[in-house]
Design a protein around this ligand. Sequence first.
Ligand SMILES: [Zn+2]
Ligand SMILES: [Zn+2]
Length: 327
Amino acid sequence: MRAMVLDRPGFPLELRDLTDPSPGVGELLVRVRACAVCRTDLHIVDGELPAVRLPLIPGHQIVGTVEKIGAEVQGFAIADRVGIPWLGWTCGDCAYCKSDRENLCDRAKFTGYTCDGGYAEAVVADARFCFRLPANYDDAAVAPLLCAGLIGYRALRKTDSAERLGIYGFGNAARIITQVARAQGREVCAFTRPGDVAAQRAAIDIGAVWAGGSDQAPPRRLDAAIVFAPVGSLVPIALRNLVKGGRVVCGGIHMSDIPSFSYRDLWEERSIESVANLTRRDATEFLEIAARLPLRIETETFSLADGNEAVARFRDGTLRGTAVLVP
Ligand SMILES: [Zn+2]
Ligand SMILES: [Zn+2]
């Protein structure tokens, strides 16, 4: 199989010919049909997250078809379409796994980070962490649901019943979650880079009731805010726009430092929380919602060999939708 391989963070991926992996006990060999690029891939490629496995094939929003089935796998047949997300394996045995918080598992494995991912023509994955995908999306359109959608949904769940929601950083996750929030009857205020009128227009177009720069205040205070942008200085800004008891949820895996702020901004039971990874329950719930809605997903597709260009365009902010590699 061909794959885009990371040898050294900070350097381009290399297109390489490798032998197909073979599925072990409980695993599937999946022929990749699409793999969406996530901001976490950028953090891995650029070395902002510690390198835990090199060389590495990145990519954790994988759509493909089952080609081989390992021993003891149940519930999948050859040619089934499956999705493979970030959470690749959990131990099932630690205190977190036993308390319905497998996203925090002490020994968790992550697709495209601690095990090889989907910037390739084929990948192996633990079948228990593979999902059937809603039929109303094609391969490229459904791929961004597997992280931007799933982890965005986990962030949305953490806002509980917040009716007036602020979203900072209007990228892939924000576009998906705005549509879900609206369908749930919530109002979304979108905060973009100051002066980014095109992003503000796109946010309104997809259902935000208000859009402005992150330096602006929303028309009314927010019940909760989700910060998807990896920019720590947005956290105290979001906090100041909350009602009493409101919550800021940080949706990313990496963020620049949060500057110090007055306790007054946190007082009156405001809180700051982060989201880490996903549980299989998040995936099942969100994919059911996605099947019902359906969500508008914009993508820009790239060949596998153009993986570096896809990553660079994401980094530069010049994509017109989610970048998706189509081998
Ligand atoms: Zn565990
Ligand atoms: Zn991701």
